[in-house]
Write a protein that binds this ligand. Sequence first.
Ligand SMILES: Cc1cc2nc3c(=O)[nH]c(=O)nc-3n(C[C@H](O)[C@H](O)[C@H](O)COP(=O)(O)OP(=O)(O)OC[C@H]3O[C@@H](n4cnc5c(N)ncnc54)[C@H](O)[C@@H]3O)c2cc1C
Length: 269
Amino acid sequence: MDLVTVTDVRTPSSRAELSFAPGERPMGGGTWLYSEAQPGLTGLVDLTSLGWSPLDETPDGVTVGATCTIAELTRLRARPEWAAAPLIRQCAESLLASFKIWNVATVGGNVALGLPAGAMTSLMSTLDATAVVWTTDGGERRTPVAEFVTGVRESALAPGEVLRALEIPTASLESRTAFRRIALSPLGRSGTLVTGRLAEAGEFVVTVTAGTIRPVQLRFDEVPSERALSAALDGVDEWYDDPHGAPDWRRATSTGFAEEIRRELGGSW
Ligand SMILES: Cc1cc2nc3c(=O)[nH]c(=O)nc-3n(C[C@H](O)[C@H](O)[C@H](O)COP(=O)(O)OP(=O)(O)OC[C@H]3O[C@@H](n4cnc5c(N)ncnc54)[C@H](O)[C@@H]3O)c2cc1C
C-alpha cells in the first residue's frame, strides 16, 4: 500500500549515516512496512543499501546478515554434517508469505518485527543464534534471539538500534532437529510451531513459537522423560490469543507436538 505520510527514503552507504530522525524507521525488505498503515512514519532508511553480506561461514558457524533475504537463506550451501539444515526450509515454508515475499523479506526484518508467527525467529531461536545489535553510540551488543523477541511486536531493540546480524553456532547446525507446525487453515498463519534440537553433547531443547507471545525454550541436559517434558510445558503461561488460535488449543497442540518430538529425537516410550 502507499505510505502517504512518508516523504523521504534514505539509502545510507555507511554506518555513520545510520542515525534516525524522529519519524524515521529502518527498512529491510519493506514487506511488512508497506502492508499496513504506519501512523507517524515520515521516513524510511533502507538498510539494503549498506551492502551487508547475506551469509558468511566463520570458524564458529554461520553469520546471517540482517538484510539476507529469506530466499537467500534457503539457498545456504549446507555442509553434510549440518543435520539441522532442513529446518531452514521448514521454517521458511511456515510463513504465511509465499516464495514471492521470500525474495524481498529479510531475515532481520522478520526477527525485528517480533510477530509470534515470525518463523525466522523460530529458526534462529531453535539454533541458539545470537542477535548482533548496532547500538546508537556506535558500539555493538549481543543477545540470544530467543530473548531478543520479548512480546507481540516487541523486541530488545532500543529506539535507534539496528539488528545487524544473526550468528548461528556450528554446534547447533550439527544438532539433530525435529519440527511440528499447525495452522487453523491449510495455508494459514502458524497457530503453533514447535521444534526440538538434540545436541551431540546430549542437550535437548524444545522451542515453542507462534503458540506463545514470545519464544519459549525448555532446556534439558538430556532427552527428558514424558512426565518431565509435560511438567515443563505445564509451567508455560504465555499462550497467544488471536484469530489464528485460542490459547487452550495452542497449549494442547504444542504439548502434543513436544511429546512427538521427544520420541522422534530418541526419548523412550
Ligand atoms: C502475504 C504476507 C504474509 C506474511 N506472513 C507472515 C508470517 O507468516 N509471519 C511473519 O512473521 N510475518 C509475515 N509477514 C510479514 C513480513 O512479510 C515478514 O515478517 C517479513 O519477514 C518482514 O521482513 P522485511 O525485511 O520485509 O521487514 P520490513 O517490512 O522492512 O520491516 C519490518 C519491521 O522491522 C523493522 N526492521 C527491519 N529490519 C530491521 C533491522 N535490521 N533492524 C531493526 N529493525 C528492522 C522495520 O523498521 C519494521 O518495523 C507477511 C507479509 C505478507 C505481505
